[in-house]
Ligand binder design. Structure first.
Ligand code: FEO
Length: 387
């Protein structure tokens, strides 16, 4: 299993959560998630973030074992979202003299979650340092990665970047999965909206000598850091991982639109294209969102429903819009037995996104898929692959 301890002085006290049903009440996490927290033991003791209240008891036990009777001087709060800040109250109650160190925005927001917290607070700004002894933390503001109060912390003695949500991933530590397996689904759905802010943070990180990245979810990253930094650079610039790959995503009521999607995927693959497919009525839409970011091209096929767009497709496209999906080539296929209307609504949503090259021509299926539809889908595939 991944060793999460950075050293004898920087200890991991985070917890796994493998029985949560949905992260943020929306994302399936079949392999769980970890809430990472660390302790720096030096002349002064700093606790780096807390954990979700779902794991407060377990976290406090691990923390007390590492503290071995010492009291924390500081709790560094990098991010106030409850999956990390949910146990601040429990720790503050146990150590009322412990100073809470956070960005000015976090200090301002803290009473919204803990209106009666008695502990002293210290608001830090860009470049401020906190000397612990041999170890020293320098604070780097990272607003909107992924809330406005976020900061990251650089520990200079061991060259550790505590990166808050950045470089996090789904998956419990005990599941021992590779970072890349769920890092994309995590990034695009949690942080994907904030590409410009991630770029700003990457520029600051480029000036640091980093030996390890310690995020708030998932494994500590120690080797081949260029790979992880490169992924974040590519993702936050909204560049597809594969510009010629095609996402074929469909929402089908009775299976006819699904048959058209399968036919289109087969045609594309027969022409050598790499294709990812998504049945938006049944799949994990968070994975489909990630695939939409990974692919340079997409075809959306949807049934008409109640004179508009079938809700699973509407939900998906609105999610893409909210995550600022952009700079892709898109074609549309609709199905409508008497008054097809799905493409019109899909077009309206897509036209609200930035830099989407949307095919003017829409193919309309009326009920079952027929031979004439195959010819139209072949033409669509050829035109899409020629882009
Ligand atoms: Fe893992 Fe934005 O919280």
């Amino acid at each position: 299993m991944t060793d999460m301890h950075l050293s004898d002085a920087i200890r991991y006290v985070g917890t796994d959560d493998t029985d949560i049903d949905l992260f943020e009440s929306q994302y399936p996490v079949p392999n769980g998630v970890s809430y990472n927290s660390y302790v720096i033991l030096d002349e002064k003791v700093a606790v780096m973030d807390t954990v979700d209240r779902r794991r407060t008891g377990e976290w406090l036990e691990k923390l007390e074992a590492v503290l071995a009777g010492r009291k924390p001087d500081y709790l560094v709060i990098q991010h106030l979202e409850p999956d990390h800040a949910g146990s601040i109250g429990a720790l503050a109650e146990r150590y009322p003299d412990m100073e809470l160190v956070a960005s000015a925005k976090a200090v301002q927001m803290l009473p919204k979650f803990y209106p009666a917290c008695p502990n002293p607070t210290r608001a830090v700004k860009e470049g401020d340092t906190l000397a612990l002894g041999r170890h020293s933390l320098t604070f780097v503001m990272a607003p909107m990665v992924h809330w406005p109060e976020v900061m990251v912390s650089y520990e200079s003695a061991e060259k550790v970047l505590f990166s808050a949500d950045g470089f996090g991933t789904f998956g419990a530590i005990a599941k021992d999965r590779l970072w890349i397996e769920e890092a994309g689904r995590y990034y695009f759905n949690i942080v994907g909206k904030y590409g410009a802010q991630v770029q700003a943070l990457l520029k600051k990180a480029a000036g640091l000598d980093i030996a390890a990245i310690a995020p708030l979810h998932g494994p500590v990253l120690r080797e081949d850091l260029g790979f992880y930094l490169g992924k974040y650079d590519q993702w936050s610039r909204y560049e597809p991982e594969e510009k010629d790959a095609v996402l074929v995503a469909h929402a089908s009521i009775h299976g006819n639109t699904a048959r058209a999607a399968a036919m289109l995927a087969e045609i594309l693959e027969s022409r050598g294209a790499k294709v990812k497919t998504a049945d938006l009525c049944r799949c994990d839409q968070a994975e489909a969102v990630a695939d939409a970011f990974r692919c340079g091209k997409a075809v959306f096929l949807s049934s008409t429903y109640d004179g508009g767009l079938f809700p699973p497709m509407e939900h998906f496209l609105l999610h893409l819009r909210d995550k600022t999906w952009r700079s892709r080539t898109v074609a549309l296929v609709e199905n409508g037995s008497w008054a097809p209307a799905a493409a019109c609504r899909m077009r309206t949503i897509l036209e609200g996104m930035r830099d989407i090259a949307l095919f003017d021509e829409v193919h309309t299926i009326q009920g079952a898929v027929k031979e004439a539809d195959r010819a139209a889908l072949e033409k669509l595939a050829d035109e899409l692959l020629a882009k």
